[in-house]
Each structure stands twice: as structure tokens, then as C-alpha cells.
Design a protein around this ligand. Structure first.
Ligand code: RIB
Length: 321
């Protein structure tokens, strides 16, 4: 795929992992040994997934990350390049191995993930700040997730703010962060579990998400709570609402569906679309992603979602409302 170089950049700061996805009926109990049915080796990592999801929808994506000097690192970079992602800011680290994730997928389609961060933890705040401020000079958006150390997340968000670009923060997995950092996220994106950790009570459906969103609005500039099959709830200064998801024809594997959402949201915000429309496209992308195995391999193109690329003259257009 060629790069969409004309549009404002989507800068993704984040993790790249080699995913080992294994299928089994139900989670094993403590002390129990179970036999998996199958094993799939696929490119993953929340950062790389979001970069690919954004690029599939014609985002002009630059990925800022670290991989190891090993076969996994080389193949992750190759995959990203083949998707049209600019990997010139992916550093190859000579100590330690590329990040790795063990992804258990159950018959329900749900998953449980263990990440071994490896070279993802070699990113430095200095490099993130220097790279984000350089690329951000062209406008656009910056996206970061929480598979990184706190100081790296902080450097990414604060540099985006200082450079005048919108900082999208996917607080996955949940970790407590300083209030002044959350305050400048626009939006803060969380799922039900992460939202529950933030507000301190269970968020599980659109009505509890509506209450949680009002609470989050006091912590941050704007927020989205993703709700799986129930879509997403969003809030900012001007608007708030529930975006329902279309019914998925089949749920094969939910791995990386949240990353599909964030990548799509980022691309459509960078395009200048409204918050509601960007959330809507995110919900469509996340729903599409659960229909086939793996993360990046399950992400939609614009054609899959019946959307069109922004035209050079008018700037943008899409068939969704
Ligand atoms: O969100 C899914 C991703 O989480 C997987 O690809 C895995 O690598 C972990 O980062």
C-alpha cells in the first residue's frame, strides 16, 4: 500500500509486538493444563495495530517505536512498511528482544493478553519529544497507548500539546496517571474495564457509560468509552452521545478491535471530521475487525466500510453521517 502523504500526519507513539495467538475453549483454571487448538503468529502491539488501522483508512501515518535487532523486529517493520506506514522513526535496539504478546482467544471470541514489553521499554522521553515535535509541525494528531512507561506517555502527550496537535490517548492497559496529563487528552479513549478503573465503579452498558462519560469530562477535554458490541459513548464540550454498533455477522476474534477503533478515530480526526463522525467510523472499524482472526490482518479498508478517501479539491467526503 502507498503512503497517504498529502494529508495531515497521524503520529502513533507506541508498542510493536510479535503476537502468538492461541485458541482454546475457555480459560484454564489455576493449576490446570490445557491443550490449545491452534497457534497463529501475527504482527501486533497496540501502537503498531493502531498505526496499521489508521493507514488502511488512508491516514498519513508515522510510527514512533522500538523493536529488537532480531527476526521479529525485522518482520514487524516489513509489515508496517507494506501497509504504507512511515517506519523511519522505528529504532532498532541492539540489546533485548522485540516485544511479544501471548494472546489467548476463547470460543466466545473474547481474549486475554499477556505482554512481554522487551524493546518497547527502550523508547526514551527525549527521542519521543524530539520526534513528535518535528513531525507535528505539519499539524494532524498524535496517538499514544499505555503499553509504555509513564514518562514516555507523558512526553508524547505534553509534546503534542506544546506542538499544537491533538493528543489522543488510549489508556490501555489501565495505569494510574497524573491528573494534569489526563486533562490535556483530546480524547481519552477507554473500554468498559479501563473506564471502571478511572471512575471507581462498574461501567458495562450505554447508560452507565453515559454517567461515566460525564464524570470523565471533568478529568479531560473529551472522552470515548468503547462498549464492544454496544458501540461507544463519547463526550466533548459541544456534544455527547451513544454511537451503536452494527450487528457483527460473526464474532471470530476480538483481538485488537479496540486498536481498530482508535486508528480509525485518529485518521478521521486528522481529516478534520467531526468527533461524532470519527467515533462512528471507529465503531464500524472495530466491528469489522472482530469478524476474522488476529489484529492487523482483520482491519478494514475504506472500501470495506463503504467510505471514500478525501478528495484533493474539497478536502474530504465520506458516505457516513
Ligand atoms: O490490543 C491488542 C494487542 O495488545 C495485541 O496485538 C498485543 O500485542 C497487545 O499489545
Amino acid at each position: 500500500m502507498t503512503r497517504a502523504t498529502g494529508s495531515p500526519p497521524v503520529i502513533v507513539v507506541g508498542s510493536a509486538n510479535q503476537d502468538y495467538i492461541y485458541r482454546l475453549a475457555v480459560p484454564p483454571g489455576i493449576g490446570e493444563t490445557v491443550l490449545a487448538r491452534s497457534l497463529l503468529k501475527q504482527p501486533g502491539g497496540k501502537g503498531a495495530n493502531q498505526a496499521v488501522a489508521a493507514a488502511r483508512l488512508h491516514g498519513n501515518v508515522s510510527f514512533v517505536a522500538c523493536v529488537g535487532d532480531d527476526d521479529d523486529g525485522a518482520s514487524l517493520i516489513r509489515e508496517l512498511r507494506s501497509e504504507g506506514v512511515d517506519t523511519s522513526n522505528v529504532e532498532i535496539i541492539h540489546q533485548g528482544r522485540t516485544g511479544l504478546a501471548l494472546v489467548a482467544v476463547y470460543d466466545s471470541g473474547d481474549n486475554a493478553i499477556t505482554v512481554i514489553p522487551g524493546s518497547n521499554f527502550s523508547l526514551t522521553a527525549g527521542r519521543v519529544s524530539a520526534t513528535v515535535s518535528r513531525i507535528a509541525s505539519a499539524g494532524g494528531v498524535m496517538v499514544v497507548q499505555a503499553e509504555l512507561q509513564t514518562e514516555i506517555i507523558g512526553a508524547a502527550i505534553r509534546t503534542a500539546e506544546d506542538s499544537g496537535v491533538r493528543a489522543i490517548f488510549n489508556l490501555a492497559p489501565y495505569q494510574p496517571l497524573p491528573a494534569d496529563l489526563l486533562a490535556i487528552c483530546d480524547p481519552l479513549v477507554v473500554n468498559e474495564t479501563e473506564a471502571s478503573s478511572l471512575v471507581g465503579w462498574p461501567v458495562r452498558d450505554p447508560s452507565s457509560a453515559a454517567r461515566a462519560a460525564k464524570q470523565l469530562r471533568h478529568l479531560t477535554r473529551s472522552a470515548v468509552i468503547t462498549l464492544g458490541a454496544a458501540g461507544a459513548y463519547f463526550i466533548d464540550r459541544e456534544s455527547t452521545g451513544h454511537v451503536p454498533a452494527p450487528i457483527a455477522s460473526r464474532v471470530v476474534d476480538t483481538t485488537g478491535a479496540g486498536d481498530a477503533f482508535v486508528g480509525a478515530l485518529a485518521t478521521f480526526l486528522a481529516r478534520g471530521e467531526s468527533f461524532r463522525k470519527a467515533v462512528h467510523v471507529g465503531v464500524l472499524a472495530g466491528t469489522f475487525a472482530v469478524g476474522s482472526p488476529g489484529a492487523q490482518s482483520s482491519y478494514p479498508t475504506l472500501a470495506d466500510l463503504n467510505l471514500v478517501a478525501p478528495g484533493p479539491a474539497r478536502g474530504r467526503s465520506a458516505t457516513v453521517s
